[in-house]
Design a protein around this ligand. Structure first.
Ligand code: ATP
Ligand code: MG
Length: 484
């Protein structure tokens, strides 16, 4: 029987599974939604066992849909920065997952910044001191569940990103992948391993963390993911955003990708890991060919803005996006600074604002403002990349033609959308299949180039400038209100 790769992408809003055949085609797919809770201001949590259940459910549905086949190996991509605290003996979580969107580390971040630690942390990790990254969440979890650090120091409690939690649950191994680890703010970019000084600064015992390995492992074998045969090897693990870049054939410098998921990420490979003022520097992936670095800009709320408004208006994201698509450009500006603003502003104090509405404002204009907020936020990041004329796009929201066209219009760039939106799973599958000899890098590049749909800018310059100026007035209000 022909070989296949089973790829699982554990995202913030859902888990997706893809079965990819030796030609690189998706032969079966499944997904399961994952909810989040907001137990207090700035707090965002998920149920770690529900997350694991979603992985089991999607794998089972996907493999049953495919029928009998040979799975050569498993590939995993995961939401990043979110943290699970679990018991290393029972494997059971001892607290809800703390989401990347969660702000509970804000106070400690402010304290470290006041002590002047921010610059050195950024130099070592490539990341600004911000509660989005895992270290501050880990410290907050330990403060609550192991204030003396006794159980974590003894290795009884384990802290990890979603990849580490899933690898422990599915293979029994205590390992984490380097790209994911580079988003914790505890990893040294120069050594690719935990940084002892940073562990001290954030008060995280090394014994509580898993061993860092490259994106191609070595990982263990699956022991518990029916109906997948026990003993199937895990061949590749990547951060979701990194995997999407890989699937766009973004191993070449100069390719810039934008992922439109719960949040958004604009990312490009860089030859040198030198820190940048407005962009994060991250380990994209580490393979037998070496370690690849990337520059990345993170936007906190893109798809999440759509789901938030859809819930509020008692409708579905799909209906809301359809409504927005039927509405012309409005006068309403929505700045979704839920938990502050990420790149390029990194303003944790900014607050959400809605400007320009009146008694005639209807659902349609609100929907339009929400969709526009996604395109404008990505536009502000793209504007930091001089000379850019094309961006490749993926993620759940790229199913919206209206968003893709709007992005091209407001950013004045060509937007090339991937053939399917689940590129995070595809990228992890691509890396796994490279190692297993299913395809070559040249074949992957050729397929990526051939499989894009292009949206070209249609607005004239005055129209674009007026729209961007309106957006920036909204941004100024969001930041001014937050700083007051
Ligand atoms: N029918 C649809 N058309 C377009 N967009 C949609 C549709 N249904 C849901 N969405 C949007 O897709 C988003 C989820 O995208 P995706 O599945 O890529 O995110 P995720 O992988 O769970 O999150 P992340 O990658 O940020 O961790 C939702 O937030 C929603 O706004
Ligand atoms: Mg995703």
């Amino acid at each position: 029987m022909k070989p296949h790769i089973l790829a699982v992408d554990q995202g913030t809003s859902s888990t997706k599974a893809l079965l990819v055949d030796g030609a690189g085609d998706v032969v079966a797919r499944a997904s399961a939604p994952l909810s989040q809770t907001h137990p207090g201001p700035g707090l965002v949590e998920q149920d770690a066992l529900a997350l694991l259940d979603g992985v089991h459910a999607t794998v089972s549905t996907c493999l049953r849909a495919a029928g009998p086949c040979t799975v050569t190996g498993v590939a995993l991509s995961t939401q990043r920065e979110s943290v699970v605290l679990w018991d290393s003996v029972t494997g059971l979580p001892v607290a809800p997952l703390v989401s990347w969107q969660d702000q509970r580390g804000g106070e400690r971040a402010a304290r470290l910044a006041a002590e002047g630690a921010g610059e050195e942390i950024r130099r070592r990790t490539g990341l600004p001191l911000d509660p989005m990254f895992s270290a501050l969440k880990m410290a907050a979890l330990l403060d609550e569940h192991d204030p003396s650090r006794t159980r974590s120091r003894a290795g009884r409690l384990r802290l990890g990103t979603v990849d580490a939690f899933l690898l422990h649950a599915l293979t029994g191994d205590a390992v984490t992948e380097m790209g994911n680890a580079s988003r914790t703010q505890l990893l040294s970019l120069s050594t690719g391993d935990w940084d002892e000084d940073l562990l001290r600064v954030f008060d995280i015992p090394r014994a509580a963390l898993s061993r860092v390995v490259s994106s191609t492992g070595p990982f263990g074998r699956i022991t518990n993911l029916p109906p997948l045969a026990s003993g199937t090897p895990v061949l590749a693990v990547m951060g979701d955003s990194h995997a999407a870049l890989f699937a766009h054939a973004g191993r070449r410098e100069g390719i810039v990708k934008a992922t439109y998921g719960t949040g958004s990420s604009v990312m490009t490979v860089t030859g040198s890991p030198s820190p940048s003022d407005s962009l994060c520097t991250t380990i994209a992936w580490s393979t037998p060919d070496g370690t690849t670095f990337a520059h990345e800009a993170n936007i906190r709320s893109s798809g999440r803005t759509i789901t938030w408004l859809a819930e509020l208006l008692d409708t579905t994201p799909q209906s809301l996006i359809d409504l927005a698509a039927r509405s012309g450009a409005g006068d309403i500006t929505l700045v979704p600074a839920f938990g502050g603003l990420g790149a390029p502003w990194w303003d944790a104090r900014a607050v959400p604002v809605l400007i320009g509405f009146d008694l005639g404002t209807d659902r349609r204009s609100l929907a339009r403002a929400a969709l526009e907020s996604v395109a404008f936020q990505v536009r502000d990041v793209l504007a930091e990349l001089p000379g850019l004329d094309e961006v490749v796009a993926d993620g759940g929201l790229t199913r919206s033609d209206a968003l893709m066209q709007l992005q091209a219009d407001v950013a004045d760039v060509t937007v090339a959308r991937a053939r399917h939106h689940e590129l995070s799973a595809a990228g992890a599958a691509h890396l796994a299949g490279l190692g297993a000899g299913l395809w070559t890098a040249a074949e992957l590049e050729e397929r990526a180039d051939a499989n894009r749909q292009v949206f070209t800018p249609a607005w004239d310059e005055p129209h674009r400038q007026a729209a961007v100026a309106r957006w920036h007035r909204g941004l100024e209000a969001a930041r001014a209100l937050g700083s007051g």
